[in-house]
Design a binder for this molecule. Structure first.
Ligand code: ZN
Length: 244
């Protein structure tokens, strides 16, 4: 395990290229904005990767050297190659790589594959959202007040078709009365997974200091443990435990 947390911020990076209004909010892309606040942290080393790069910017060597992978995708989930998804799954399950699905990443191939669910939900117009801190004891909630407000976010509404999470850290209330599990965590194999809802492309959510703090906390929480032994990749033990 390296001293620094090696983070890869993956973004589909199409909205910013195709829509000048979105490019105005995120001139360096959503990945560039997330990388810029993460790189303020002395214990974090950040790189970015996007869909249109060779191997989507995440060849095996990059994933092998990633401790935590953040994922923002929306329109082009189907364009993500299945062999990249399988490699990500293996890195999480047996390598302990952390995976953080952001916003519309609920429908991404890696998130659905990792948690084993459709990730379906209902959505609607942008509106005010109040985010409630439901689990102040959780490391991801460190420094977050009992609630804070986003002036505008895309409505995401329950039911959210995910397996029951290990921890429900934040809850969202939307101006039109809807509720959503804003931030929740899962474990799969030896890896940790976070889902975080805010982050619609046409609102400046990733400039919000509380959202930035949540993402920084999530990166630290999701990094792999310093495993005390080699994690088995599926091979059965042949000998008795007493022979080891
Ligand atoms: Zn959205």
């Amino acid at each position: 395990m390296s001293d620094k947390i090696r983070v890869t911020v993956w973004n589909e990076y199409r909205h910013e290229k195709n829509n000048p209004e979105i490019a105005k909010i995120y001139p360096k892309g959503i990945q560039g904005q997330i990388a810029s606040f993460l790189s303020e942290e002395p214990d974090v080393e950040v790189r970015t990767a996007t869909l249109d790069e060779p191997d989507h910017g995440i060849p095996n060597e990059v994933l092998d050297n990633t401790d935590v992978l953040l994922w923002w995708g929306h329109m082009c989930h189907d364009e993500v190659r299945d062999d990249r998804v399988e490699y990500i799954k293996n890195r999480v399950y047996t390598g302990g790589m952390g995976f953080i699905a952001l916003h519309s990443g609920h429908h991404s191939k890696p998130f659905r594959t990792l948690v084993g669910a459709t990730g379906n939900l209902s959505w609607g117009d942008e509106q005010r959202e109040i985010i409630w801190n439901l689990k102040p004891s959780h490391p991801i909630a460190a420094g977050i007040p009992d609630h804070f407000e986003l002036e505008s976010e895309e409505l995401y509404a329950e039911p959210f078709y995910i397996p029951d999470p290990d921890a429900l850290v934040l809850g969202g209330w939307f101006e039109h009365g809807y509720l959503f599990r804003t931030c929740c965590t899962f474990t799969r194999g030896v890896g940790k997974i976070v889902y975080l809802q805010p982050g619609h492309e046409s609102v400046p959510t990733y400039y919000n200091p509380y959202i930035q703090r949540i993402i920084k906390n999530a990166v630290r929480w999701a990094r792999p443990n310093d495993f005390g032994y080699e994690i088995p990749g599926g091979a059965p033990y042949v000998n008795s435990v007493f022979d080891r």
